[in-house]
Design a protein around this ligand. Structure first.
Ligand SMILES: [Zn+2]
Length: 386
C-alpha cells in the first residue's frame, strides 16, 4: 500500500466578487480532482487548533499527524531545524526578519523589499559580528528570513510579527526580556543601514525552544518523504525524521515545477517509501497577493500537471490511498491566513467512497474533525505513543 498527501498551501478560501461569488476551488476547472472526489470521501478538518496562530507551521504539523496543541513551540524553531541548527535545551530560536522601518518609526515593509540571498547573508554576517557573542548567534536563511539563536531566558518576551503591523507604528517587544531584545533591534540599524538595500533593521519574533517530536516512522509505523520549497515544511521533515527530497525548479512561487514535484514523489515511493507528501506554496502566495487568477491557475496546475501522472504512477505500483488537504485558508479578499476549518479529500484505490465535491460548500455540512486525526485515517492505524 502506498500513501500520498497533496497539500495546496492555503488553497481554501471564501466566495469572492473577483470570481463572481465563487471560491477558487469552485472556479478552477479540475476534472481530475473532481473524478477523485467522486470516488472518495470529502469532509472538513480543523487544521488550526483553537488558540494557535493560523500559520503554515501549525497547519502542516497537523497534516503530518502531530497535534499542534501538544507539539508546537513556535515558528522559528521549525525554520531553524530546516537550516540544520540544533538547539540546546537552554536555547531558543527567534525568526530574524530584515525589515524596512521609516524615519518616523512606521513598519513600511516586513520583507525589506525581498533582498537577494547573497546580500542578505552579508548583512546577517555583519549583524552577527557586531551583535553576536558567546550566547547569541545570527544565521542567514532565504531573502528576508533569517534566524537568531539565543539563551532561553531571552525567549520570555512578547514580540509582534512585522507583517501584522505593515503601515503602522512599529511595536517594540514587551515582557521580561524586552530590554535586551529591543536593544538588539535598535542596535541593528547602524549595521543594516551600511548596506545598499531597502533593509533598515532586523526584527525578532516567533521565538521558541526546539520541539521534541516522536519520529514519524515510530509514531505511525511507516516510512515517509516530502517535497517542498518552503523552509517551514522542510523543518517539520527534519524534526520528524521524514526524508526531505528536493525537486529541481521548485520555487515556492507561481512558476514552480509541478511535474518535477510529482516525479520526486513517485520516485520516492518506487524506491520503497510508504508515504510521500507533496507541498505546493503557489496557492498561498496568490492568496496573500489577492490574485484570483493565479490562485485558480495554481489549482488547475495541480489538476493538469500533478494528479493525472500521480494516479497513473500509483496505479502502476498497486494499492494506494490519498489525502488532499491544505494547511489553512488564505482568502483572496483578506490576503492573510484564517483559522477556519478546511476541506479534505480521502481516496482509496481499492474501494469507492460515498463520493462528494471537493469545495468549501461541498463540505459545509460535514462534522469538523481535528486535522491531525486524518493521518491515522489515511494510514488506517492508531498513532502509537511509541
Ligand atoms: Zn500555509
Amino acid at each position: 500500500m502506498k500513501y500520498v498527501i497533496c497539500v495546496p498551501d492555503g488553497c481554501s478560501d471564501l466566495p469572492t466578487d473577483m470570481l463572481d461569488g465563487r471560491t477558487p476551488l469552485e472556479a478552477a476547472h479540475m476534472p481530475n480532482l473532481d473524478a477523485l472526489a467522486a470516488r472518495g470521501t470529502v469532509g472538513r478538518a480543523a487544521v488550526i487548533p483553537d488558540g494557535l496562530p493560523p500559520g503554515s507551521d501549525v497547519g502542516n504539523m497537523s497534516i503530518l499527524g502531530y497535534d499542534p496543541s501538544q507539539f508546537h513551540t513556535g515558528r522559528s524553531p521549525i525554520e531553524a531545524a530546516a537550516l540544520g541548527l540544533r538547539l540546546g535545551e537552554d536555547q531558543v530560536a527567534f525568526r530574524c526578519n530584515l525589515v524596512t522601518v521609516g524615519p518616523d518609526g512606521t513598519m513600511l515593509d516586513f520583507a525589506a523589499g525581498h533582498p537577494d540571498n547573497e546580500t542578505a547573508a552579508q548583512i546577517i554576517k555583519a549583524v552577527d559580528t557586531e551583535l553576536g557573542d558567546d550566547t547569541i548567534s545570527f544565521h542567514p536563511g532565504v531573502s528576508y528570513r533569517h534566524t537568531m539563536v539565543a539563551p532561553a531566558a531571552l525567549g520570555d518576551v512578547v514580540c509582534t510579527p512585522p507583517h501584522d503591523i505593515t503601515g503602522q507604528p512599529m511595536v517594540l517587544p514587551a515582557g521580561t526580556a524586552a530590554g535586551p531584545i529591543g536593544r538588539l533591534i535598535e542596535a541593528s540599524a547602524s549595521i543594516v543601514g551600511q548596506f545598499e538595500t531597502a533593509a533598515t533593521h532586523i526584527w525578532l519574533w516567533g521565538q521558541g525552544p526546539q520541539p521534541v517530536m516522536t519520529p514519524f516512522h515510530q509514531l505511525f509505523g511507516r516510512s515517509a518523504g516530502l517535497v517542498t520549497a518552503v523552509d517551514l515544511v522542510r523543518g517539520l521533515g527534519v524534526l520528524t525524521q521524514i526524508e526531505v527530497h528536493e525537486a529541481e525548479g521548485a520555487t515556492a512561487w507561481f512558476d514552480t515545477n509541478y511535474e518535477n514535484k510529482c516525479q520526486v514523489a513517485l520516485d520516492g515511493l518506487a524506491a520503497g517509501l510508504d508515504l510521500f507528501l507533496i507541498h505546493v506554496e503557489a496557492t498561498d502566495e496568490a492568496g496573500h497577493a489577492g490574485n484570483a487568477e493565479e490562485k485558480v491557475r495554481a489549482l488547475e496546475n495541480w489538476d493538469s500537471r500533478i494528479f493525472p501522472k500521480l494516479v497513473e504512477g500509483l496505479d502502476a505500483m498497486g494499492d494506494w490511498r490519498m489525502l488532499v488537504m491544505p494547511d489553512h485558508a488564505t482568502p483572496l479578499d483578506l490576503r492573510t491566513h484564517v483559522p477556519d476549518p478546511v476541506p479534505y479529500l480521502l481516496v482509496d484505490s481499492r474501494t469507492a467512497g460515498p463520493g462528494g465535491v471537493y469545495t468549501e460548500a461541498g463540505v459545509a455540512s460535514a462534522a469538523v474533525v481535528p486535522g491531525h486525526a486524518l493521518m491515522g485515517r489515511l494510514l488506517e492505524v492508531e498513532a502509537s505513543r511509541g
